[in-house]
Design a protein around this ligand. Structure first.
Ligand SMILES: Nc1ncnc2c1ncn2[C@@H]1O[C@H](COP(=O)(O)OP(=O)(O)O)[C@@H](O)[C@H]1O
Ligand SMILES: O=C(O)C1=C[C@@H](OP(=O)(O)O)[C@@H](O)[C@H](O)C1
Ligand SMILES: [Mg+2]
Length: 181
């Protein structure tokens, strides 16, 4: 894998950061939200994969979750130096307090939620998320989600996406951003 990212510079805080558990819609909503706001879009996972040159599954298999978390923090440091961007994080990006601090400074943090039932339905048959494989019962996934609740609650806005279309979620966030940024 290639080495470290370029050095980050302080952000002016004019980004929108989407956080939330796997399947809450961060990547899907983020892309459309960026279009709606006229911002650029970055997906942390895509950035990591692009830099590593291998898939997230392969990073986990070859190097372990810990290494993935290091790459994730490096990606966050890099992205926090940008401006006018919607950033979709991966579900575990907010676990480390230092990551949360950086993301908070980068801009408005919007946390997407959905019940476990909805998430299981949305991610049925998914093969790209290694933590779905290692937490392969609803109980294990519920425990993973519960353990992250405090980190997800650290946000400027929380939106329950269950029963809402992607468009609805985008509109809700765009309204909030226009009022608060
Ligand atoms: N509001 C929504 N309603 C229905 N399906 C959704 C919604 N948001 C996302 N999805 C679907 O859920 C799946 C996971 O979405 P994704 O954006 O990859 O989530 P995340 O990046 O949070 O893991 C995709 O198939 C996507 O189309
Ligand atoms: O919850 C997590 O720890 C992870 C979520 C994934 O992203 P999504 O939340 O976009 O699925 C991806 O970063 C990786 O598989 C780990
Ligand atoms: Mg995603």
């Amino acid at each position: 894998m290639r080495g470290i990212w370029s050095i980050s510079v302080p952000s002016d805080g004019r980004n929108v950061v989407l956080t939330g558990f796997m399947g809450t819609g961060k990547s899907t909503v983020g892309k459309l939200l960026a279009k709606r706001l006229g911002y650029c879009f970055s997906d942390l996972d895509a950035l990591i994969v692009g830099r590593a040159g291998i898939s997230i599954n392969e990073i986990f298999e070859r190097y372990g979750e810990q290494r993935f978390r290091e790459l994730e923090t490096e990606a966050i440091r890099f992205l926090c130096g940008v401006s006018g961007r919607v950033v979709a994080t991966g579900g575990g990006a907010v676990i480390a307090p230092r990551n949360r601090e950086l993301l908070r400074k980068a801009g408005l943090v919007v946390n997407l939620t959905a019940s476990l039932e909805v998430i299981l339905c949305r991610l049925k048959g998914d093969r790209e998320r290694p933590l779905l494989k290692s937490n392969n019962t609803p109980e294990a996934l519920a425990a993973l989600m519960a353990g992250r609740e405090d980190a997800y609650a650290d946000a400027d806005l929380r939106i329950d996406t269950a029963g809402k279309s992607v468009e609805d979620v985008v509109t809700e966030i765009a309204t909030f951003v226009r009022e608060h940024q």
